[in-house]
Design a binder for this molecule. Structure first.
Ligand SMILES: [Fe+2]
Ligand SMILES: [Fe+2]
Length: 457
C-alpha cells in the first residue's frame, strides 16, 4: 500500500486538473501552468522517495490515486476523470525519476482535444518520456477473471448507489420531493448481487468515506441490510425493500440542524430531542416519494425503536415492529461501530461483532444478531489478521465450511514488507491441510493499511 495521504492525493489531482485546464488558455511555459506543475513535481518526488511509483486513474468511473478512491468527487476530480475516460485511459503511472519535462508534455497532450490515449502514448515515447507511462482501456480486461469482473461490477454499483443517495439528499435540501428512479434501479441491482454473493456486498460495506459520512453510512446500511436479508433467505422483493429502508433510514437527518448533526461528542438533552425527530421526518419524506412502498416508510420510522421498545419515537412504542426495521437496526449499529467518527476510533469487524452482541436481546433482536454473527463468520471480511507464519493478511472471502480458515489477501510478508501485488490465498488447502492459521486480529491503523482498498480492487 502507498504512503500517500488523502490530503496529498487530493492536492495532486486538483493541481493536475488545474494545469490541464490552464493549457487551453495559456502557453505551456506560462507561470499559471508551470507553478502547479512544479508543485506536482515536488509532491510526487516526496512520495517517490518511499515508493517506486504512483498510480492514478479511473476504474469503473471512480477516480483513484493509489488506495484512495474518490466516490464523491470534487469538480476538479470529476473534470480530470472525465478527460481520462473520454480519451480511454484507465491509468497513469508516475515513476521515480520523473522529470518536469515529462509532466509538462503529458499534461499538454492531455489538454488537447484531438488526441486519444494511444496517440498521447506514442508521442510521449517518441519524445523520450520515461517517468510517466500510461494504461489504455483496451490493454486491460483480457486477463480479468470472472470473479474480478463481478467485483468491479459491485464497485460500480456501489458508486452508483452513492450518487443516487447524494441526489436524494440534494433534492430534499433544495426543497424538492426526491425522485426515486435511480435509487430503485440501484436497489434492484444490489438485491440481485446479495442473492448471488452476500460476501461481495459485505466487503463493499468496508468502504469508508469519512468526508461524506452521511451518504457513505446510508449506502453501507443498505448494503449490510441486503446481505443479511439474503442470508436469512428472504425473496428478491423483500431484499429490495430492506435495502431501500437501509439507504433511506437517516434521510430525515436532512431536516436536523447541521450544527447538531456534526457536533462531536455528546448532544445536550434538547439537541437529542431534535435529532430524534429524524425517524418521523424520514417517514414523512418517503411517503411523499413515488414508487417506494409504505413498508419502507414504516421500517424507517421504527429503526431506533429498539427490540425492547425503549427507543424512539416514544408514541410508536406500542406499534408492531416491522422485521425490516430490526434488520436495518442491526446494520445501522454495525456500520456505526466500524466507522471512524470524530470522537471515536473505529472497531475492526471482529471487535464490532462483540459490540453488537452486547445489544442482543435488548436494543437488537437476539435471533437476528445470532444470524448476523453467523453470516459474518469468526473472521469477517475486512478483518486484518496475523498468520502463524508471520504474514499479515486481510480476510477477503469467508469459508462457509470452516469459518476459521477464510480466503485472505496477504499484504505484508513475514518480514513486514508490503507486497506490491497482494496474493489471494485460501487458508485451507485441498486434502485438509492448511496454508497457515490465524493467530491474531491486527489493528489496521497500526500497520497503516486501508483494508477496503484490498477488498475492492
Ligand atoms: Fe437513524
Ligand atoms: Fe444511521
Amino acid at each position: 500500500m502507498s504512503e500517500i495521504s488523502l490530503q496529498t492525493a487530493q492536492r495532486l489531482v486538483t493541481l493536475l486538473s488545474g494545469a490541464m485546464k490552464g493549457m487551453t488558455f495559456y502557453p505551456a511555459r506560462h507561470p499559471a501552468i508551470m507553478q502547479p506543475l512544479q508543485e506536482i513535481m515536488d509532491a510526487a518526488e516526496k512520495v517517490l522517495r518511499s515508493q517506486p511509483e504512483i498510480r492514478l486513474g479511473v476504474i469503473d468511473g471512480v477516480f483513484f490515486i493509489e488506495d484512495h478512491l474518490f466516490f464523491t468527487p470534487t469538480t476538479s476530480i470529476e473534470e480530470l476523470a472525465g478527460r481520462l475516460m473520454e480519451k480511454e485511459f484507465s491509468g497513469i503511472i508516475i515513476r521515480r525519476g520523473v522529470k518536469l519535462h515529462d509532466l509538462t508534455l503529458f499534461v499538454s497532450l492531455l489538454g488537447r482535444n484531438n488526441l486519444n490515449a494511444a496517440q498521447i502514448e506514442k508521442e510521449m515515447v517518441e519524445q523520450g518520456v520515461t517517468g510517466i507511462s500510461l494504461k489504455i482501456v483496451a490493454d486491460e480486461g483480457s486477463e480479468k477473471t470472472e470473479e474480478g469482473d463481478r467485483e468491479s461490477g459491485a464497485l460500480q454499483t456501489y458508486s452508483q448507489a452513492l450518487a443516487a443517495i447524494r441526489d436524494v439528499f440534494k433534492d430534499i435540501e433544495s426543497g424538492r420531493i426526491p425522485s426515486s428512479e435511480k435509487i430503485v434501479a440501484v436497489v434492484q441491482n444490489m438485491a440481485a448481487m446479495a442473492i448471488r454473493d452476500p460476501a461481495i456486498l459485505m466487503s463493499l460495506s468496508m468502504i469508508k468515506d469519512y468526508d461524506n459520512y452521511t451518504f457513505n453510512h446510508s449506502v453501507n446500511v443498505g448494503v449490510i441490510s441486503m446481505a443479511l436479508g439474503a442470508f436469512l433467505g428472504h425473496e428478491g422483493k423483500e431484499i429490495e425493500g430492506v435495502g431501500m429502508a437501509g439507504f433511506l433510514h437517516d434521510i430525515g437527518k436532512t431536516r436536523v440542524d447541521k450544527s447538531i448533526l456534526n457536533k462531536p461528542g455528546k448532544l445536550s438533552a434538547t439537541e437529542f430531542e431534535e435529532m430524534k425527530k429524524h425517524t418521523e421526518s424520514g417517514t414523512d419524506i418517503i411517503n411523499k416519494m413515488t414508487g417506494i412502498s409504505p413498508q419502507v416508510a414504516q421500517a424507517v420510522l421504527g429503526h431506533h425503536l429498539g427490540f425492547n421498545r425503549q427507543g424512539y419515537p416514544e408514541w410508536a412504542r406500542e406499534m408492531p415492529l416491522s422485521p425490516m426495521s430490526e434488520i436495518v437496526a442491526v446494520a445501522d449499529c454495525y456500520d456505526a461501530v466500524t466507522t471512524l467518527r470524530v470522537y471515536r476510533r473505529p472497531l475492526n469487524p471482529k471487535a464490532a461483532l462483540d459490540e453488537i452482541r452486547k445489544l442482543s436481546g435488548s436494543y437488537l433482536n437476539g435471533n437476528l444478531v445470532d444470524k448476523f454473527v453467523e453470516m459474518m463468520g469468526n473472521y469477517p471480511v475486512g478483518t486484518l489478521v496475523r498468520l502463524d507464519n508471520n504474514e499479515i493478511a486481510v480476510v477477503f472471502r469467508p469459508n462457509r465450511e470452516n469459518s476459521d480458515a477464510p480466503i485472505v489477501k496477504v499484504v505484508l510478508d513475514a518480514a513486514g514488507r508490503r507486497l506490491g501485488d497482494p496474493r489471494v490465498q485460501g487458508l485451507e488447502l485441498q486434502g485438509g491441510s492448511c496454508y497457515a492459521s490465524i493467530v491474531d486480529v491486527v489493528d489496521p491503523s497500526l500497520k497503516n493499511i486501508d483494508v477496503a482498498s484490498y477488498l475492492n480492487s
